[in-house]
Design a protein around this ligand. Structure first.
Ligand code: AMP
Ligand code: MG
Length: 323
């Protein structure tokens, strides 16, 4: 059923819609979320339906105050409390044992719940006025690029959801770092812009790769976060020769690169990206969306460094490139 999607800056309207069990896209510092009242099972089912997301893929519950930790989670370890204290509000999600109150539809039937207290001022206003938990997977169709601006939400979900709360462009730009625990040992479930180095230094223990100990984590499928155009990662030292090879067979190509490609300007679409990981992450998804619209044969993306600040970005690019 097609609905008339309202775009507004009015937080009170968004709160009213959430209370009525309707779907509201809302800004966070990472990406736009598709919000529904976490305690309203039929609203939460609507989120899965609109996204086309398999029900086994659990949703993050967004809260507007650390005090809600106890409402949604139990057996909270010291390590979890320290991370919440240090990184909330912010782009860190903690996976903890769920309380009985959390509907199973939210957690995909798992006994754990993922919680995040976002820092975006409008998200904070929305969540504190709403006063509970709001599920918020990215406001896009399952497996595609996350939206980082209201127009990105509309192009994916316009007509499917009731309201988009306009909070401008997201400042972090890729999804949160997700951490689970094995006792007090932190496990990395999804890399993001808060790095394992930062987490390890706060806890004085190393964050371990989750490996076999990982619960099912959506966004951990090999292919995810993908544009429609095939995305191909290219090593910096062969970028120019790869461009020349493709142009010589008349491929239409778009390129996202650190290098100056102005010598090719008449023959391809290109975006010169920042060598600062924070700036790169902020604009990545929107730039990929724009390049996707050029309907080229391929989007070539110059590989990013292997150093820690880039690990979340590398992860998303590898999944976007997976075929
Ligand atoms: P997103 O799809 O970006 O909203 O990411 C939400 C992520 O939180 C999911 O991808 C899951 O990886 C993770 N998550 C949510 N709920 C749980 C849970 N109950 N147990 C483990 N991971 C979870
Ligand atoms: Mg997503």
């Amino acid at each position: 059923m097609l609905v008339n999607t309202i775009v507004t800056e009015n937080v009170d309207d968004a709160v009213e819609y959430l209370r009525a069990g309707r779907l509201v896209a809302f800004p966070t510092e990472t990406v736009y979320g598709l919000g529904a009242d976490a305690m309203n099972e039929s609203a939460v089912r609507g989120v899965f339906l609109v996204k086309g997301r398999p029900p086994s893929h659990p949703l993050i519950v967004h809260i507007g105050d650390t005090k809600y930790l106890e409402v949604f989670a139990k057996n909270i370890t010291n390590s979890a409390r320290i991370l919440a204290e240090k990184f909330w509000p912010g782009p860190l999600t903690l996976v903890l044992d769920k309380t009985d109150q959390v509907p199973e539809v939210v957690t995909g039937g798992q006994s754990s719940v993922a919680l995040r207290f976002p820092s975006h001022p409008i998200a904070r206003d929305l969540l504190s006025k709403f006063g509970g938990g709001v599920v918020g997977p990215s406001a896009n169709k399952f497996g595609r690029l996350s939206p980082t601006q209201p127009n990105d939400v509309l192009s994916d979900l316009g007509g499917d959801i009731d309201l988009v709360l306009d909070g401008g462009a997201c400042t972090v730009g890729i999804e949160s770092t997700i951490v689970g625990f094995d006792g007090n040992t932190p496990l990395l479930l999804r890399p993001g812009m808060i790095t394992t180095e930062e987490i390890s230094s706060v806890l004085s223990v190393s964050v371990e790769p989750a490996g076999e100990r990982a619960p099912r984590v959506s966004g951990s499928l090999p292919s995810h976060y993908a544009p429609n155009t095939p995305l191909i990662l290219v090593k910096p030292n062969v970028l120019k020769s790869e461009i020349e090879r493709r142009l010589s067979k008349n491929d239409r190509i778009a390129v996202l690169a650190f290098s100056d490609l102005s010598s090719f300007a008449d023959h391809l679409y290109y975006v010169e990206v920042s060598s600062d990981a924070k700036v790169y992450a902020r604009t990545l998804y929107h730039e990929l969306r724009e390049l996707d619209q050029k309907k080229c044969d391929a989007i070539l993306v110059e590989e990013v460094p292997t150093t820690n600040p880039w690990s979340g970005i590398r992860d998303r690019l590898l999944r976007a490139a997976y075929r």
